[in-house]
Write a protein that binds this ligand. Sequence first.
Ligand code: UDX
Ligand code: UDX
Length: 450
Amino acid sequence: MKICVIGSGYVGLVSAACLADFGNQVICIDKNTEKIRKLKEAKIDFFELGLTELVRKNLKAKRLSFSSLAGLDRAVKSSEIIFIAVGTPPLPNGDADLSAVLSVARKISEALKAMKGLKAKAVAIRSTVPVGTSDKVAALIGQRKVFVVSNPEFLREGHAVYDFLHPDRIVVGSDGKAAGNIMGELYRPLNARMIFIDRRSAELVKYASNAFLATRISFINEIANICESTGANIRSVVEGLGYDKRIGQAYLRAGIGFGGSCLPKDIAALIHLGAKNNCDTLVMKSIAKVNQSQREFFVAKIKRILKEVKGKKIAIWGVAFKPQTDDLRDAPALFIIEELLKAGARLRIYDPIANAKAKLLFPQAKYFNSSYEAAKGTDAVVIITEWNEFREIDFDRFKLLMRHPLIIDGRNIFDPKVLDEAGIRYYGIGVKNGYSLKPLAKSSHRRVRV
Ligand code: UDX
Ligand code: UDX
């Protein structure tokens, strides 16, 4: 099929590259001409596992091409499916900013109006948009033969290529069978469960899915806080909870809350959507509140453990909102770093791939190329992102680097007993007084043989 994807960000580019890999002819468009220039050489301005290889392969096979907005008119005319995958960032009031989606829809509409002998096409909205947006776009385009479809994505950053190729379901919202047929044909190679519903419901499926995931995270963080003050252990609680088939294990990792470009923004948009339609959204408001207080709780914990933060050297391990990405959008790290800097801490930061992006935001901190270098001479290591390489640290080497071996872990990546035996003070999430059983003598780490 001939496909055009407008918006070459995380979602647009992954969708375009995967669809090209199925053998489709895909043209990817973006208003950012510098981005397009680089994409033509398979250079991507963000990290996504496996994406560069996929883009390179399909560029070479001439199934994937890139163009600035100048090529939009031609691409729209020659494509059977046109995806809209531009960003919908939050406005200050929480509502989704639809200006990019609507401006692209107008451009598509102009291109199609000028077309003679228009054949059936689908315009598929991939961006996350409030209920009713696809109807607005359909009215804007106003062509009988052009079907406007809501086709939300459920791609996790860092796993987006995998998620595209192995979807739990593909949701297609449309107002007729014809549109469903075009989309069904497109996704046929995936052999996935397809759900054909109306456009408004499809739009809400996306928000409801992300809100539900966020609910589980805020819920388990609240339970973790109860564990901390009652002496229960969150790991054991989750183990006992998650084996209930009705509950399951996913999205029950307690920590410092959710971040990223989707979960926080989509909760805010749902709250706004509710308010606009006279529906109170008590659960959503609480999810957002718990998520913010979880970040605050963690900062307060660091301050409590260190007693005085001013002048203390603190290593920050991980800045990205989760592992396998260099995305810092709404990352919990941003709030935590800002608060520690405000309190006068001297920060030594290491993230395997997000250092450069973090440096632009916090130039006053120092940046290092390894977790060990960052830990050197510090009073505490604070773990913010659970990168795998942190799990494999050499405890003996690590201890010799620090003034007092102390880890404050926002992601619960270590077994507290192992650290206790290794002589490292360790505070995780969801256990009373942290995990440290006894404070170590100042010089204890010097006795360790390396
Ligand atoms: C996507 C969705 O669009 C968003 O609705 C969803 O909630 C999260 O995922 P994402 O791909 O992460 O957004 O955004 P981003 O990486 O910022 O990419 C958007 C792209 O659209 C950018 O490359 C931007 O240059 C481009 N764009 C934006 C246009 O081409 N035209 C515009 O008018 C605006
Ligand atoms: C999410 C949705 O999962 C995806 O379907 C949607 O299309 C886009 O939004 P993403 O934002 O990439 O994907 O990340 P996700 O893996 O869902 O994690 C979101 C945040 O929740 C991260 O900050 C992560 O650290 C946090 N999280 C996740 C937890 O704190 N605990 C968990 O158990 C799971």
